[in-house]
Design a protein around this ligand. Structure first.
Ligand SMILES: Cc1ncc(COP(=O)(O)O)c(C=O)c1O
Length: 487
């Protein structure tokens, strides 16, 4: 009855005890409490074995049109007498305990994605027993009473203050992720300008181009500078190709790979100088990661509704540190009416993308905002920027190509040669680049540990000089490249 897709160290006997003599419950509790990362069984990946019986490391496959079932915890139907033996419960408890250990280990070795893994939401455990759903408009109560709208609106008001828009002038909601914020912001832009052309830098997140495909919008990809920010000279060229149509622009407040911040003021200036008055453009600001960091960076340009922007979105599970994906989307109230529909079944109005919405997320956000507040976030941002500089400097001292944008905590560096190393540290890679996003949970000790491991790896990968580290001049500029030619 044990699912074949998972590697289980202890085998199960008929009466629910395990072959190591412990009940599954004992195993669950004691194993987790005496957690030792060195003994953690990695993901339930079946080892790949060659014809001689040797284990081989196979690169992960991505095959379009084919699902690869390498990791699967099979669902097994309950036995007729399961209730009396408890076998199934014991099995599931052991799987969950092992999964928890894997999560602990994977959390310790995470550096590549912009998620703040440092939080304590113990106080919210009591709410797990409720199916909290905020379906419909956050500002209009529906007939479903198990909701958290009061928290949602509190959180939205906080963000409205941060981005300088009056309570009566904004509309927004807690989304399921940053992607949904982009889908919504661009949809609002399209509803305001049904024949508008979407402009986005080529380093924008893929969700922006997904939106263009979903809504069948004309879309112009704009070139970028080496830093990753939008190239406003190219923006002007592209704008002039469609002078007769309104413009919908995605402005990046931190690009995915390089953490580059598009120059919002220069984008607006380019629009105006080329004949696009304020009533002929709509700007959506994608602040998935940096939307909540930039307000706390000294000298950083402001994202503010006092400027002619239409919407801003941010992810809640990134810098804020919410343990489930979520996001915040704020737009101008006057724009939303075009999108809004009355829904009799809900006794509410709907202007969101999804139907049901996670009602737990606003409570987690509300809890964190209350605990940290403006000052707490400011401190965390400063720490992230300090640690990011430390990482970049240490990489450069070690002769490794690296770049850190001025307003960012994303350190771009040479892609490690070994895919297992990449996987071990969960590094996000693109071409010859990898990056580490320094979040509040990334300490100097963790960075030192990583740097030492990287140094050891490089000593092996490039030991006899046959292989050379990649050249990153095109990606990060000659001045940041330490390849054999440019060092
Ligand atoms: C710039 C940018 N926009 C949007 C997103 C999408 O955010 P989410 O993963 O919350 O959907 C990301 C994700 O990394 C991002 O980097």
């Amino acid at each position: 009855m044990v699912g074949s897709g998972v590697e289980v160290q202890s085998t199960m006997s008929i009466n629910g005890s395990l072959s190591n003599g412990k009940s599954a419950e004992q195993l669950a509790v004691s194993d987790v409490e005496s957690f030792d990362p060195a003994t953690v069984v990695p993901e339930p990946l079946p080892p790949v074995v060659d014809s001689n019986g040797e284990e081989v490391v196979k690169p992960r496959e991505i095959v379009l049109g084919k699902n690869v079932h390498t990791t699967c915890l099979e669902v097994t139907e309950p036995d007729a007498d399961d209730e009396s033996t408890g076998d199934k419960d014991a099995y599931m408890a052991s799987v969950l305990a092992r999964y928890r250990k894997t999560l602990l280990e994977r959390t310790q070795h995470h550096l590549g994605y912009p998620y703040n893994l440092d939080f304590d939401y113990g106080a919210l455990g009591q709410l797990q027993h409720f199916s909290i759903n905020n379906l419909g408009d956050p500002f209009i109560e529906s007939n479903y009473g198990v909701h958290s709208r009061q928290f949602e609106v509190g959180v939205l008001d906080w963000f409205a203050r941060l981005w300088e828009i009056e309570k009566d002038d904004y509309w927004g909601y807690i989304t399921n992720c940053g992607t949904e914020g982009n889908l919504h912001g661009i949809l609002v832009g399209r509803e305001v300008f049904p024949d508008g052309v979407l402009y986005a830098s080529k380093e924008s997140h893929y969700s922006v181009f997904k939106a263009a495909r979903m809504y069948r919008m004309d879309c112009e990809k704009v070139g970028t500078l080496v830093t990753g920010e939008i190239d406003c000279t190219d923006f002007k060229t592209k704008l002039l190709l469609h002078k007769d149509k309104p413009a919908i622009i995605n402005v990046n407040i931190g690009t995915t790979v390089k953490g580059a911040v598009d120059d919002l003021d220069l984008v607006i200036q380019t629009l105006v100088e080329n004949g696009f008055s304020h009533d002929r453009f709509y700007i959506h600001c994608d602040g998935a990661l940096f939307g909540l960091m930039m307000p706390f960076v000294k000298k950083a340009p402001k994202v503010s509704f006092k400027k002619p922007i239409g919407s801003v979105s941010v992810s809640g599970h990134k810098f804020v540190g919410c343990p489930m994906p979520c996001g915040i989307q704020i737009t101008r109230l006057r724009h939303i009416n075009a999108l809004s529909r009355n829904v009799e079944y809900l006794a509410s109005r709907d202007a969101t993308i999804m139907g049901s919405r996670n009602g737990h997320a606003p409570i987690f956000l509300w809890y964190t905002l209350n605990r940290k507040g403006y000052k707490g976030f400011q401190k965390e941002v400063q720490k992230c920027l300090r640690n990011a500089h430390y990482l970049k400097d240490r990489l450069r001292e070690a002769g490794i190509s690296a770049m850190l944008n001025e307003l960012s905590s994303t350190v771009v560096f040479e892609r490690p040669r070994d895919e297992e190393f990449v996987r071990m540290w969960q590094l996000a890679c693109e071409g010859n680049m990898a990056h580490i996003v320094v979040m509040p949970n990334v300490t100097v000790e963790k960075l030192d540990y990583f740097l030492n491991e990287l140094a050891k790896g490089r000593a092996i990968w490039y030991k006899d000089g046959k292989e050379q580290p990649p050249c990153l001049a095109v990606d990060v500029g000659i001045e940041n490249c330490s390849c054999a030619v440019h060092k």
